[in-house]
Each structure stands twice: as structure tokens, then as C-alpha cells.
Design a protein around this ligand. Structure first.
Ligand code: SF4
Length: 310
């Protein structure tokens, strides 16, 4: 029996409404670390997170030193330049979003944040700033800075929640509790900042009901958008060791699409869905191997979930 198609509010609609066209994200690495990696909370990171080099590389591939700050500002400019050159052919001229993606992109002294974000926003092609972070790395003064910048160009904050279930959070070593997330969303929204929440589908020990509960909770949280992502087990992570020692069930493609249906159905109609699956680094992927065929999974998803024409 053919299932009824579920329609959702897509990122494309959001971008057309707010910016008049499609914006491409330019991923930036601000040389940040993470409290789960620098010893503040731990050194091994969340169990699914693949460690990599922090810091910008310049054109010669050398890691740049921590100081002076101008080096970082120049590195932002150069990374944006390279990013724009890479996607220019596909872009429709509407502009780009500077996306500080790697690790915890608010985890630095305020002045460093100001210089990095301002360097990105100073370029005319950059129409908005997006910052990926953890809810426990948003002190009031950082939110005040983001709010100040938001008055010049839109600022989006992306929070890695992954799950609402404390048992899973402990198992993956996330390192903050749910009330910390609630408080961060409340303060971000009070400051007028557009907030996107990340969740992972397929975390160890989670049932379909638990996954649906996380989506429903995010739907009620006051956030504006959500990124849904399949768990990728990547070589070199502690989760890979755990999985290889004792494999736990992962969704099949069909189960993943069904879980997406349940999650999207649990969200309010006005919430923007920024992503329905993820991009795993294929060379590091251990499981689920079917996720490497992104074209196929996107086709399967589009048979059952489609962007609403709004
Ligand atoms: S909080 Fe984010 S960057 Fe830090 S270890 Fe976890 S997944 Fe990696």
C-alpha cells in the first residue's frame, strides 16, 4: 500500500522567504575546540564524534598559530573566498551563509568570537552567519554578541542536542543535561536569535518511541528549525570500537524513512526542516553502509516526504 506523502516546511522555502533565493553555506573552521575534548568535561569527545585537526589551514596547508587574531580574520576571508569559488557555478547569486561548523564555534573568548564573526559578516556576499555549538557554551555575553550581530545580518545558532534521553546522553558522553538545553533555547529566543536543533536518529539503545519523543520535544522547544541526521559510525571513534565489539541495531533504509515520517509528524507544521539525512565521510564509514548511497536514500525519502510549496 502506498503511504500518504508527508509535506514539511523546507529550508528552501525559508531561504526564499527571507533572502529571495537559495543561499549556499560556506563551512568554516574557526580553530575552536570543545569542552568535551580540551579536558574541561573530557578529552575523548562524544563517542560518535570524529576528532580532527582544529585550526585553519592556510593555502600551504600549514596550521595557523593561535595568535595574532588578524591571522584568523585573514583565514576566515581566505576560507570564504575558496568556499565561494567552489560553489559559485551552482549558486543563483542570492549569496552565502558563513557557517562556523567545526567543533564548538562559540567556545572561545568573546573578543576572538567578535573578530571571527565580524570578519565573515563583513563580506557583502555573506548574507547571514550560522554558528554551530553546544547549549552549555552560550554564556549571556556570547548571546549578547550574537544578538548585536543579528541586528546587522541574520544570525542562526545551531545546537547539538542529539537526544532528550539522559541514558543515551550519558552513553554517548554528551556532557550536558536537558535543562541546560532548555535554558539555552529560552535565552537564544529571548535575544531574537534564530535557533536550529540537531538530533541523531539511530543512537544506541534508542527505540522508535524514544526517537519520536526527542523530535516532539524539539518541536515544543521554541526552536525555529531542526536538522535530522542518521547516526554514522565512523572509524576512529569510540562508538566504532563499541559497535565492533558488540554491534547494536541500526535502522535499515526503510526503517530510517519510517522514523523520519514519525519525527516529522511529531513536529509543528511551521518548523523548518534543515536536513533529513547527513553526509558521512565515506572513507571513515563503518555502518550503516547503505547510507553511503546518498542518492538512493534521498530518492526513498522524497517518495514519502516532500517540501511543502509555501
Ligand atoms: S560536543 Fe560536538 S564537537 Fe564536542 S565532542 Fe561532542 S559532537 Fe564533537
Amino acid at each position: 500500500m502506498t503511504k500518504k506523502i508527508i509535506y514539511y516546511r523546507s529550508l528552501g522555502s525559508e531561504l526564499r522567504e527571507r533572502f529571495g533565493g537559495k543561499l549556499y553555506k560556506i563551512a568554516l573552521d574557526g580553530g575552536f575546540t570543545c569542552p568535551n575534548r580540551d579536558g574541561t568535561l573530557g578529552v575523548r569527545g562524544c563517542s560518535f564524534c570524529l576528532a580532527g585537526s582544529g585550526g585553519f589551514s592556510d593555502a600551504t596547508g600549514q596550521l595557523l598559530p593561535e595568535d595574532p587574531e588578524t591571522v584568523y580574520q585573514n583565514a576566515v576571508q581566505s576560507a570564504i573566498e575558496k568556499g565561494i569559488t567552489r560553489v559559485r557555478k551552482k549558486a543563483d547569486g542570492s549569496g552565502y551563509i558563513a557557517y562556523f561548523q567545526r567543533y564548538t564555534s562559540t567556545y572561545a573568548p568573546l573578543e576572538k568570537l567578535r573578530k571571527l564573526y565580524s570578519a565573515a559578516l563583513s563580506r557583502p556576499e555573506i548574507r547571514a552567519l550560522s554558528v554551530g555549538t553546544r547549549p552549555d557554551c552560550l554564556p549571556d555575553e556570547t548571546i549578547a554578541l550574537l544578538s548585536e550581530l543579528n541586528r546587522k545580518k541574520p544570525v542562526w545558532v545551531e545546537l547539538g542536542l542529539q537526544t532528550i534521553h539522559e541514558s543515551t546522553a550519558a552513553r554517548i558522553r554528551r556532557g550536558f543535561s536537558l535543562p541546560v538545553f532548555d535554558d539555552a533555547v529560552r535565552r537564544l529566543k529571548s535575544a531574537g536569535l534564530y535557533t536550529v536543533v540537531h538530533m541523531i536518529i539511530g543512537l544506541p539503545g534508542e527505540t522508535p518511541e524514544m526517537i519520536r519523543e526527542t523530535a516532539a520535544y524539539i518541536g515544543r522547544s521554541g526552536a525555529d528549525g531542526i536538522k535530522l541526521q542518521l547516526l554514522h559510525i565512523l572509524r576512529g571513534t569510540d562508538l566504532a570500537d563499541e559497535y565492533l565489539a558488540e554491534p547494536f541495531p541500526l535502522p535499515s533504509p526503510e526503517e530510517y524513512v519510517e522514523l523520519l515520517r514519525e519525527c516529522v509528524s511529531a513536529l509543528p507544521a511551521g518548523m523548518t526542516i534543515h536536513r533529513l539525512t547527513g553526509d558521512g565521510a565515506k572513507k571513515d564509514l563503518i555502518a550503516p553502509l547503505w547510507s553511503a548511497d546518498k542518492k538512493r536514500i534521498l530518492q526513498m525519502i522524497s517518495r514519502e516526504l516532500q517540501p511543502r510549496a509555501d
